[in-house]
Design a protein around this ligand. Structure first.
Ligand code: 6PG
Length: 264
């Protein structure tokens, strides 16, 4: 396992504050299986600390294909105190929960249906509702159930994210107006490259988290990952760069394929 630190900073054009990359922590795993094992261990560790400190673990799951094996590994960890977990989703497609594209369905099949004990709470992002209504309803649900200790923004213990080969994360895509949304916590957005509506956490909600873990797997991501970590800061074109926890830890967990363009 290789860990490297980026240690330079530059102004953040999205939020206009000094962006420091010294918090970036990049963990490289040889392959997807070991990425899944390490991710599950990291999530378990975060849950133990959160439950010890606050009696609950609030986690927002990522969608796409990378997290599936991670969720399957979690079901094998006997140490997990599932009744203390409150599970959310950091983004969702605008489809019913039974749809093949649903991030909820992926997590239900790889995680929820396999659990030895039910989670304390599961708050699904209602992709079946009209997009704007779904975003509003989910934002209200988050505000009601995730504590906002020192600001008006609920603070997740852990937000899981992925990254697309275009540098999108959650459902924050390049050029989207959602990238400049500092008012809402959850947004509905029409993604032109997909010709589809999506639902997503916004940067304010993501960056309020105690921990953000970005999972990146596959050589198709190598260009975007290298640009995101080593290139100029341009989050409007590489949305994953806008993930900058205000008072939290950012970790990247990537496999060798995705990391192949990174300078060691
Ligand atoms: C989604 C995700 C999205 C995903 C990336 C990576 O709903 O698709 O939230 O942001 O994390 O597109 O997807 P893969 O894991 O399939 O490469």
């Amino acid at each position: 396992m290789t860990t490297t630190e980026n240690s330079n900073s530059e102004r953040d054009p999205v939020r206009g504050r000094q962006r420091s990359r010294s918090s970036d922590n990049i963990v490289i795993q040889p392959n997807r299986n070991q990425l899944a094992d390490t991710a599950a261990s990291m999530i378990l560790a975060a849950s133990i600390i959160s439950i010890a400190q606050r009696g609950v673990f609030t986690i927002a799951l990522a969608g796409g294909s990378t997290p599936g094996p991670v969720y399957e590994r979690l079901t094998t960890l006997a140490e997990i105190d599932w009744p203390r977990w409150h599970i959310f989703w950091s983004d969702e497609r605008c489809v019913p929960p039974t749809h093949a594209d649903s991030n909820y369905r992926m997590a239900r099949e790889s995680l929820l249906d396999q659990l030895p004990r039910a989670p304390g709470a599961v708050s699904r992002l209602p992709g079946e509702l009209p997009p704007q209504e779904a975003a509003h309803v989910y934002e209200e649900a988050i505000r009601e159930s995730v504590a906002a200790p020192d600001s008006n923004i609920p603070r997740f213990d852990l937000v899981l994210l992925g990254m697309g080969d275009d540098g999108h994360t959650a459902s924050l895509f390049p050029g989207s107006p959602a990238l400049n949304n500092t008012k809402d916590l959850v947004v509905a957005d029409f993604v032109s490259k997909l010709t589809a509506n999506r639902l997503s956490f916004t940067y304010p909600l993501i960056n309020a988290a105690r921990h953000v873990l970005i999972l990146v797997s596959g050589s198709s991501k190598a260009g975007a990952l290298s640009s995101a970590l080593n290139g100029p800061y341009r989050p409007l074109e590489l949305p994953v760069q806008g993930v900058q926890p205000v008072d939290g830890q950012l970790r990247w967990l990537v496999d060798a394929g995705a990391a192949q363009n990174l300078n060691q």
